[in-house]
Design a binder for this molecule. Structure first.
Ligand code: GLN
Length: 540
């Protein structure tokens, strides 16, 4: 008998309707009740992981402690259930094929014909069961990427259908999230596309237990009646979810529609009395700030401005820090190339900015603009937070303009620079070449030792921290002494002292560049100290 209860979340009608947030919100509610919740995302792509996906098309690559490069939904999961997930939480079709084909070549199938069913579906089920077991899940929530009806997702749908057979009716729950479009001509919400997507699901053998009807407009009881009638889902389990101004309000909305009672009944779960007190407190603060006039402008100097999802964890971390500092955060998107084109105009471009963030990135486009923004922040004592590439560029800016190392650069951009202040360490290059995971990047959580009397040390109230990385290049130790002599502060290093992880400057309200990505560890219930301090000093 399964010890774990499984909740499967599918999506219908269209993509991008907030399925990940809905799944995470269900996780949030169960977590607040004291359950040990695990979450998994199954994606249809033939990629092996999200590391190679273009952020401009697919959004941010979220990194876990164990170095897994995942879809940004994993960020939602961690923020809502306040739990560190691992590699088992992110599965793409390419990974399954890779496993099956490797086993086939190794002769592990003993001459059998290898098929979508049962071999791929079994691989899916095995991953669901193993993840639940290894991570001791009481409730495991599995989100299926894409939209019901996509060819590419059929193996996942079939696998989760079989799960009910394998682990039993009262251990499985199917939640279908669909969309209700609004028709301007007749000024009404239409339920037919959602009905049809449930019918598609039914044709594949799954009768959903809960339907969540996303909508940009108010949904009437009569709509819910109709959906219940035509899908056979119990009326009380048809839940409307209108678009809200903050995604952190979703758990409370689902709770008001009694989703916990429905889950408890279907899964025969005893719900402990506890009820997400701290989360509600967070949402209350958020609502209070919404109503106030207090607002600061944070300039995000970046290059991938086509899709804001590219920096999702960065903007969320800023907003979360805003809540704890009682201020709204307006994100001003600043195209680094605009600064590059018109450097004289930088003061005008950055005129209303209270704090500057230079986030992670790759490649040369826009970097001179970012360096100019960093210089502006340094000279004008505007709070600055550099994340990964942002830290590397801050080092370059300092080297060029304070230490007089003209044309200093990272070897990522200029292999022939006279002053490669950022480079790939020779020994690391060798080390990483030997491994097969994710190419040559430093990925996942590493410890960092903080230097007393620095901005970072004061922010963390700690001397040893752990943060997540995703980069290839490092601070070049050959330049450590000269840059330190000129006033660059090495505020954090790897425990051995070898890798520079944080740089700061003195006599500045807040100027911090970190080689890691603190944005992956900031959550509503555990806001990140660096973001808290950065926002605090941007307020002044
Ligand atoms: N491009 C830089 C590197 O590879 C920074 C990467 C990042 O910002 N994530 O080191």
């Amino acid at each position: 008998m399964s010890k774990t209860k499984f909740i499967f979340v599918t999506g219908g009608v269209l993509s991008g309707l907030g399925k990940g947030v809905t799944a995470a919100s269900i996780g949030n509610l169960l977590r607040s009740r004291g359950f040990r919740v695990w979450m998994q995302k199954f994606d249809q792509y033939l990629n092996v992981d999200a590391g190679t996906l273009n952020p401009n098309e697919h959004g941010e690559v979220f990194v876990l402690d164990d170095g897994a490069e995942t879809d940004l939904d994993l960020g939602h999961y961690e923020r809502y259930i306040d739990t560190n997930l691992n590699r088992s939480s992110s599965v793409m079709t390419g990974q399954l094929y890779q496993e099956i084909l490797e086993n086939e070549r190794a002769g592990k199938f003993l001459g059998k014909t290898i098929q979508m069913i049962p071999h791929i579906t079994d691989a899916v089920k095995r991953r669901i069961l193993e993840a639940a077991e290894k991570n001791k899940a009481e409730v495991s929530i599995i989100e299926i990427g894409g939209t019901i009806g996509d060819y590419e997702g059929v193996h996942f749908v079939e696998a989760i259908r079989q799960m009910r057979h394998d682990v039993g009716l009262e251990n499985t729950l199917y939640v279908h999230v669909g969309f209700l479009p609004y028709l301007g001509a007749s000024e009404e919400i239409k339920t037919k596309p959602l009905q049809n997507s449930v019918h598609d699901l039914q044709k594949m053998g799954i009768q959903p237990d809960v339907v969540i009807a996303r909508s940009d407009y108010p949904v009437a009881g009569s709509h819910l009646d109709k959906i219940a009638l035509f899908t056979g889902v119990e009326r009380e389990a048809v839940i409307p979810l209108e678009t809200v101004d903050s995604i952190y309000k979703v758990p409370a909305i689902l709770q008001n529609w009694n989703i916990e009672k429905i889950i408890a009944k279907k899964l025969k779960l005893k719900m402990p009395e506890k009820d997400g007190h701290n989360w509600l407190k967070f949402v209350k603060r958020l609502e209070k700030i919404d109503k106030s006039d207090q607002e600061i402008h944070i300039g995000l100097v970046a290059k991938y401005l086509g899709l804001k999802d590219t920096y999702f964890s960065v903007t969320e971390s800023l907003k979360i820090a805003g809540v704890y500092n009682n201020t709204k955060i307006a994100i001003d998107w600043i195209d680094a190339e605009e600064i590059e084109k018109d450097p004289e105009n930088i003061a005008e471009i950055l005129k209303n900015i209270d704090g500057i963030v230079v986030p992670g990135g790759f490649g040369g486009r826009g970097i001179e603009g970012k360096i100019l923004a960093i210089k502006f922040a340094r000279e004008n004592k505007i709070p600055f937070l550099g994340l990964c590439y942002g830290m590397q560029l801050a080092t370059i800016e300092f080297a060029r303009n304070i230490a007089g190392l003209k044309d200093a650069n990272t070897t990522e951009i200029n292999k022939k620079t006279p002053y490669p202040v950022i480079h790939i360490m020779p020994e690391q290059e060798k080390l990483l070449e030997g491994d097969n995971y994710g190419g040559t990047m430093r990925l996942g959580a590493y410890d960092c030792k903080l230097t007393p009397d620095t901005i970072s040390f004061k922010a963390y109230h700690d001397s040893l921290i752990s943060e997540r990385h995703r980069h290839r290049y490092e601070f070049n130790n050959d330049y450590r002494q000269i840059l330190e002599e000129k006033g660059l502060v090495i505020a954090g290093t790897s425990p051995s002292g070898k890798l520079v992880e944080i740089v700061e400057i003195k006599n500045h309200p807040f100027f911090v560049g970190v080689q890691f990505h603190p944005e992956f560890k900031s959550r509503p219930l555990s806001p990140h100290p660096l973001f808290l301090e950065f926002v605090k000093s941007s307020l002044k």
